[in-house]
Write a protein that binds this ligand. Structure first.
Ligand SMILES: Cc1cc2nc3c(=O)[nH]c(=O)nc-3n(C[C@H](O)[C@H](O)[C@H](O)COP(=O)(O)OP(=O)(O)OC[C@H]3O[C@@H](n4cnc5c(N)ncnc54)[C@H](O)[C@@H]3O)c2cc1C
Length: 444
């Protein structure tokens, strides 16, 4: 029996703040209560970036302490959509204008390398996290966007060897049970995983290689001392030769230089009620992850057990509460899949990603502090990859070099970490997307 969305305010409230991926996972092993006071490497932030840095440094024999201001797994790394892409938004020509043709090509290649790397890493380390090289269906929300998408994809195939398939509107039901789109492309290299299981796999590996972790332990200040730094926390000071900032969307005023370069943006997801198998098979004939050409993108997928749909996007101009974003996401999902109007949602959550002014990630050093962050909403592969590479750099392993190393990291005048300009930009882009969608619907 379909469960109605109108099951009442109580169930809607219960959904708010519930992260689907956290369901049914047992308690984590306790972390060490007090951080070590003298280490080789101190990592601030225990998401994918921080844990990957720590795994690489501890493996090379460096005494490594990770701290996180919240309980482990609180950040984006257990609450994302689990979609894995090359994570590089700027095109080859945009990057070439900024950095020259050779560097641009190296940056783009690094994106594909990150995609391959995470798959090999998960396999080699035997992390059971429902990883699948499932491919992505990237759907066009208007006929004009389909034309652009096809020509852009063909160009990428020529330039970068992209493995793709064009899907016309006539055949798109083989990918997605909807008439809301005008065809799209399948990007065959993209992948998916269960983010919380992957995170737990990283925690287990970190513990195996000797990383010490202390949670509920915010870094509140960093000062230089001797050949290293002192990281001050309420649980005690840590002296470290190397300090890594791995705080991504939750970067605060700890390093004001980074705060001026990171734009924190909330993104929102829901998980639907359990859906009948026949309906899932009709709406999602494959296991592919899905995104679309809207400027304020929707991203969604079947859950790994194909029992429900996990649907995400940015449905509000201002930052909002998961109790408010859930019905808005549900409404937009039902525009794509009208059959879902009879079903509600059981989970609704949010997290804060980090955009940058040049829309790609950064890894480097500022005043002796190392950082890797700014994945622009696509950090499952890239945060893991750059984290591990940064760890290799810290131990002097030449394999740690990346095309991103120490790229200029732009700030903007009058920007100090609070994105005052964001609501009006999101409002305008959403208005434009919705207007295009409505206009395109009249062609059908
Ligand atoms: C709803 C949602 C959906 C997403 N979907 C996708 C997707 O499908 N595909 C994809 O590739 N990416 C996705 N992302 C983005 C992806 O999850 C992130 O890019 C990635 O997890 C970043 O990892 P991280 O380790 O850098 O940051 P996080 O996992 O956010 O970890 C940062 C940590 O730093 C800690 N911290 C901050 N300040 C301090 C301090 N002063 N002291 C100590 N600790 C501190 C925080 O508590 C936090 O735990 C999504 C994100 C969200 C929120």
């Amino acid at each position: 029996m379909p469960k109605s969305v109108e099951t009442g305010e109580k169930s809607k409230k219960q959904a708010a703040g519930n992260v689907y991926w956290h369901e049914g996972l047992g308690a984590l092993a306790p972390t060490i209560e007090v951080p070590m006071n003298k280490v080789d490497v101190a990592v601030i932030g225990a998401g994918y970036t921080g844990l990957q840095v720590a795994i690489a440094t501890a493996r090379a024999g460096r005494l490594t302490q990770v701290i996180d201001m919240h309980e482990l797994g609180w950040g984006c790394s257990t609450r994302n959509g689990g979609q894995i892409s090359p994570s590089i938004k700027p095109s080859l020509s945009v990057l070439a204008r900024r950095h020259g043709a050779e560097k641009a090509s190296a940056i783009r290649k690094e994106g594909y390398r990150s995609l391959d790397w995470i798959g090999s890493f998960i396999t080699k380390e035997r992390i059971f996290c429902d990883y699948q090289r499932c491919g992505r269906f990237h759907a066009a929300h208007t006929p004009a966007h389909f034309d652009t998408l096809v020509s852009d994809t063909r160009k990428l195939a020529r330039e970068e060897g992209l493995n793709f398939e064009i899907i016309s509107r006539d055949t798109q039901h083989s990918e997605l049970g909807t008439d809301a789109y005008f065809g799209g492309v399948v990007l065959k290299q993209h992948a998916s995983l269960n983010p919380a299981k992957y995170y737990r796999g990283l925690l287990a590996l970190a513990s195996k290689v000797g990383v010490e972790i202390t949670d509920v332990c915010p870094a509140i200040n960093i000062t230089r001392e001797g050949r290293g730094f002192v990281v001050s926390t309420p649980k005690g000071d840590i002296w470290a030769e190397n300090v890594v900032i791995a705080t991504n969307g939750y970067s605060s005023g700890l390093v004001p230089w980074l705060q001026r370069r990171i734009i924190p943006i909330g993104t929102y997801m829901i998980a639907t009620d359990l859906l009948p198998k026949a309906l899932m098979d009709k709406l999602f004939p494959t296991d592919r992850v899905v995104s679309d050409t809207c400027k304020v993108v929707y991203y969604y997928r079947p859950s790994p057990d194909r029992s429900r749909i996990l649907f995400g996007g940015r449905v509000s101009a201002d930052e909002t509460d998961p109790a408010i974003s859930a019905p808005l996401l549900h409404r937009d999902m039902c525009r794509i899949f009208p059959e879902l109007a009879d079903y509600g949602y059981t989970h609704s959550w949010t997290g804060t990603v980090a955009f940058t002014f040049d829309t790609h990630a950064h890894i480097g050093q500022h005043n002796g502090l190392h950082y890797a962050l700014g994945y622009c909403g696509s950090g499952v592969g890239m945060a893991s990859y750059l984290g591990y590479r940064l760890g290799q750099q810290l131990v002097g392993d030449p394999k740690g070099a990346t095309a991103f190393d120490n790229l200029p990291f732009p700030a903007r005048p009058l920007y100090f970490g609070k994105p005052w300009f964001l609501p009006s930009i999101v409002r305008w882009y959403r208005f434009r997307d919705q207007w295009q969608i409505r206009r395109a619907a009249t062609y059908i």
